[in-house]
Design a protein around this ligand. Sequence first.
Ligand code: E4P
Length: 217
Amino acid sequence: MKIFVDTADLNEISELSESGLIDGVTTNPSLASKSEKSFIELIKEISSLIKGPVSAEVTAENLSEMIKEADKLRQISDNIAIKVPLTVDGLKCCKKLSDEGTMVNVTLCFSANQALLAAKCGATFISPFIGRLDDIGINGIDLISDILDIYDNYGYETQVLAASIRHPLHVLQVAKVGSDVATLPPKIIRQLYNHPLTDKGLASFLSDWKKSGKKIT
Ligand code: E4P
């Protein structure tokens, strides 16, 4: 499963990218609003830090304005994926951009039927928001499974990008059902590799080693 980081924080992206674990970045208008930089500058810097897809979201709501914004954003770098909301205009925009060879991430997906439409419009990624579904008592993991089944039935190449992930259990669950990608806040990426028994075990190995006086080199 590919791991994207869900943040617009340049320091976090830079630090996490050094681990070699990060395959891409997703941003959204709320995350980008926290940055002091202009949106164009921010996306430019992010796309220079990461080789994989960097999702940059349009904020216009009608097709012609969405296209204008997308044109500006896709000129920044070849690894930009234009993020569009799952609305009629967003889907039209997705179709046009994907026909032109631009990567598109269709966001704010809350149903399998919405995901079917995004795939028909050539989306590169579909972003089902599992945490926000869980918040209202609907099982977000079932949505990921349903979309994967539907895409498999028809051979759609759209990648399922599990979004709105709130804790490591979500990561395990989406990986078990076969999500192509999961986008995680930096904190959750760190929670994946930290374990108290790893820390405890390492401390005891190193203490025994030190006492023995042995050396490797
Ligand atoms: C995905 O692209 C979104 O930016 C993100 O995962 C939303 O997560 P939230 O529901 O925690 O805001």
